[in-house]
Ligand binder design. Sequence first.
Ligand SMILES: Cc1ncc(COP(=O)(O)O)c(C=O)c1O
Length: 362
Amino acid sequence: MGTVGLFDIATPLAPLRAQFDAAIARVLDSGQFILGPEVEAFEREFAAYCGTRHAVGVANGTEALTIALRAMGVGPGDDVVVPSYTFYASAEAIPPTGARPVFCDVDRETGCMTADTVAAALTPACKAVIAVHLFGNVAPVADIEALGVPVLEDAAQAAGSLAADGRPGALGRAATFSFFPSKNLGCFGDGGAITTDDDAIAEQARTLRFHGSPDRLTYEQVGYNSRLDELQAAILRVALPHVDGWADGRRAAATHYERAGLGELVALPAPTPGSQPAWHLYVVRLERADELAAELGAIGIGARAYYRVPVHRQPAMTALAGDVELPVTDELARTHLALPMSPVLAAAQAADVVAAARWVLT
Ligand SMILES: Cc1ncc(COP(=O)(O)O)c(C=O)c1O
């Protein structure tokens, strides 16, 4: 039985090495490193991929959220509904706008918020909902917008996923992405983007990412220094045409797990209705999650919990969260476990993981 890493970033990128080298050389030769032709071209290509009118490159997925919220008009005195079962940054991005995070629960099977869990959290001051496409699953954006609040998609984990009505990035009022190296579409450092069909939101995001200046002469707002750089954009342009193929590989890996009988041992993640998730993380549920992680780790199989303490219970958030009760979030925080997942996870590797899990759990 071989070792199986939690991720495999290197293998899918290896065949593209010559293209990456050429892209990096092109930027070095150009002598232009910030907001130049590579970022412009990537923004066009990424918007076309998502099916939106605009993409705005920014420094990372966290600032993408803060900038997008501000561009949607969120500010002091507003509430923003956000799940607590997510990466910390989904909520951390809210207070810098002056608004307050209001935490909502999620669905046990999908890990995503639903229209019902959002409705239960809505306040009169709610100005936006951050719909997190958790682990690559696709939150039901249209159902949530039917409640009458604009949705900002946090699509950091969902490049390559598909919903019945389009791609993440094009489902809500605006969306944000992270291009952190381990993401489904990653660069070789930090990077992020905002996508939207709304001209005013795109223009405001472009202004905010450059110090609140529309023309680099007048500084009309207090903004950010938050730009995607030319090197990362050039790298992303090489990777982007492969995202859908990698997503197919991730879905195939999930099928390998199912066929190897993983569902007899643990609860498998369920796609939301009509979606085809490009599983960024393959997260199962079981009561003995920490025991399984330790035993798998001991034999060289990567397994880890990501959100053991949900965001509303993190020290920086408890005062903002108040005494909100999120029973499904607490349960998932306790029982979730990510197993190895990558675009190249083979049937034999999935079978090894399942055999090891069977040995530990039965
Ligand atoms: C759901 C989610 N939101 C936001 C972020 C923040 O992205 P970044 O690390 O690029 O700031 C991440 C990833 O790290 C994430 O997984």
